[in-house]
Design a protein around this ligand. Structure first.
Ligand code: HEM
Length: 150
């Protein structure tokens, strides 16, 4: 039996099918483009006002709207498999000098927002993804941070 390489059209069709299936599944737990936009706007609204995280974001972001759009693309790619986000978030987070308590605070606000806006299954899905990504950022930070000489 010979394997044939799928054409671009076939690949796009498969991707569209995967996206449609993800959209259908996610709709049952309250996740769609509109609720992702609400999540991003509400969550970063809290971040901006946070005493600890607000200044970290404030130093890095001059214009919030493009960042919010990027984060909507990010969550749309994760939950709805739309592939709209194709960035590399790890280097950004390694360069910010983040500590474990920053991640706990970020996750605390994220969990709170997800529970406010989504049914329990939808919130659990989003929180699980955020926790995994936060863990992988922290592993990257640990790996690339040179210990201070004591
Ligand atoms: C301590 C927690 C965190 C802090 C303080 C933080 C801070 C930031 C800041 C300041 C930026 C903008 C950087 C820039 O444009 O120069 C950024 C970008 C981003 N963050 Fe975070 N972040 C945190 C955790 C997370 C987590 C847990 C996720 C994922 C669930 C995440 C996903 C992203 C993504 C996707 C970007 C866009 C990167 C790009 O430019 O492609 N962040 N973050």
């Amino acid at each position: 039996m010979t394997d044939t390489v799928p054409s671009d059209d076939q690949r796009n069709e498969r991707r569209d099918i995967r996206t449609a299936m993800a959209e259908e599944r996610m709709a049952t737990v309250g996740i769609d483009e509109a609720s992702i936009e609400r999540l991003v706007r509400t969550f970063y609204g809290k971040i901006m006002k946070d005493d600890v995280l607000g200044p970290i974001f404030g130093r890095a972001i001059a214009d919030w709207e493009p960042h919010l759009r990027k984060m909507m693309d990010f969550w749309s790619s994760i939950a709805l498999l739309t592939q709209r986000y194709d960035g590399r978030p790890m280097p950004v987070h390694i360069s910010l000098g983040l500590e474990p308590q920053h991640f706990e605070r970020w996750l605390g606000l994220f969990r709170e927002t997800a529970h406010e806006l989504f049914p329990p299954d939808g919130a659990a899905f989003l929180i699980g993804k955020a926790e995994n990504i936060a863990r992988s950022f922290q592993m990257g930070i640990q790996f690339f941070t040179v210990p201070k000489k004591g």
